[in-house]
Design a protein around this ligand. Structure first.
Ligand code: FES
Length: 107
């Protein structure tokens, strides 16, 4: 099972065993990672799952869709080049070690 590391807004690290096929948001919520809300359940309607993907993982998490792009424009926290909505990134075996920072404001 791949391990995903979330760095919460206070700087604490949370290493989570994430199931392949779940989203990064689902894995974070299931393991109680502070700061990831996932209010809309992953339907691209809230941006409360905003994270910053640490290098070198950015390219490996795939493309940002047009809808995700629009939602990121309206996110509460600063949008950065490494911003993603974690409900749009699926856990895969080759993402073992993926590290993301949780955006400081979600709602
Ligand atoms: Fe709502 Fe990701 S959980 S957009």
């Amino acid at each position: 099972m791949p391990t995903v590391v979330y760095i919460d807004p206070r700087g604490a690290e949370h290493a989570v065993d994430a199931e392949v096929g779940q989203s990064l948001m689902q894995a974070a919520v299931r393991h109680g990672v502070p700061g990831v809300v996932g209010q809309c359940g992953g339907s691209l309607a809230c941006a409360s799952c905003h994270v910053y993907v640490r290098e070198p993982w950015g390219e490996r998490t795939g493309e940002v869709s047009d809808m995700e792009d629009d939602m990121l424009d309206g996110a509460m926290a600063e949008r950065r080049p490494e911003s993603r909505l974690s409900c749009q990134v699926q856990v895969r075996d080759d993402l073992d070690g993926l590290t993301v920072e949780v955006a400081p404001e979600q709602l």
